[in-house]
Design a protein around this ligand. Structure first.
Ligand code: PMP
Length: 285
């Protein structure tokens, strides 16, 4: 695999980052994952805009501009022959001379940037999307700025392990009795034809897929409510699903052992998945 690191395209085993990089020592960094379908980037503008926002919120200097960023994405997709898959991008605060909690001066310590591709043939024809996935609920104990897409992913990883241990696919996180989001996706329920998903704020990541899916839902005259909901409300819903750049729209058929609807992907989730794939393929760059 050819990867990109700080201005160079290299074989992955030759790419190097300092052990003093603050991404490594302090999880001081941000990332984006953009999916690739038909060899093209899905929702690239949204991911680029969120990267800039995350960087601004953390006073983190981006080492490339948005034109360079899309060029690097495209070149990696081409060099690695990706038809379906993902491009992972990470920017960290770089490697000061020594470990220190205070941020280094960005004029003296440049940020590090790394990109690599993940080849996922059959990404759109996901078998999981045909059966739906099962989730458990867990307490959301993450920090209070989940709107920033940082590489601090230890708790979501622990959540995935809790799900695995419980014999299911993923976990929905709950705070003050309300669902925030999935470990790596936004969470939705459908009741009496209305799509319900938590409102934006510091408590969740503003998913790029969420934004697109809600727009498509409204364009298709579906009813959308952006508000928080409880796990009990979710268990009693007609349908549930999650969205993310890597899974698009993924039906959820079980929550904490309770079957949702018929226990199979519901019509709203199926339709949204179809619309999302079709529209975003058309708009891919
Ligand atoms: N919430 C969290 C916590 C995530 O990690 C992700 C995936 N990065 C999402 C939501 C979905 O965001 P997107 O649609 O931009 O992939």
């Amino acid at each position: 695999r050819t990867v990109y690191v700080n201005g160079e395209y290299l074989p992955e085993n030759e790419a190097k980052i300092s052990i003093f990089d603050r991404g490594f020592l302090m999880a001081d960094g941000i990332y984006e994952v953009t999916s690739v379908l038909d060899g093209k980037l899905i929702d690239f503008a949204g991911h680029a805009a969120r990267l800039e926002r995350s960087a601004n919120e953390l006073d983190l200097a981006l080492p490339v501009d948005m034109d360079e960023l899309i060029e690097i994405h495209r070149k990696l997709v081409e060099l690695n022959g990706i038809e379906e898959g993902m491009v992972y991008l990470q920017v960290t605060r770089g490697a000061p001379a020594d470990r220190d909690f205070a941020f280094p001066d960005p004029d003296e310590v440049p940020s590090s940037i790394v990109l690599f591709t993940q080849n996922k043939p059959g990404l759109a024809e996901s078998p999981a999307a045909k059966t739906g996935i099962k989730v458990i609920s867990i307490e959301d104990v993450r920090w209070g700025r989940r709107d920033i897409k940082t590489v601090q992913l230890l708790y979501p990883s622990m959540g995935k392990m809790m799900a695995k241990k419980a014999g299911v696919d993923d976990a929905w996180m709950v705070e003050e009795g309300k669902v925030t989001e999935g470990t790596s996706n936004n969470a939705y329920i459908v009741k009496n034809g209305t799509i319900i998903t938590r409102h934006l704020g510091n408590e969740i990541l503003a998913g790029i897929t969420r934004n697109a899916v809600l727009r498509f839902a409204q364009e298709a005259q579906m009813k959308v409510e952006e508000r928080s909901f409880t796990i009990d409300e979710a268990k009693d819903a007609d349908e549930a699903f999650v969205t993310s750049a890597s899974t698009f729209v993924m039906p959820v058929v079980e929550i904490d052992g309770a079957q949702i609807g018929e226990g199979t992907p519901g019509p709203v989730a199926k339709r949204l998945r179809e619309i999302y794939l079709e529209e975003s393929r058309k708009a891919a760059v």
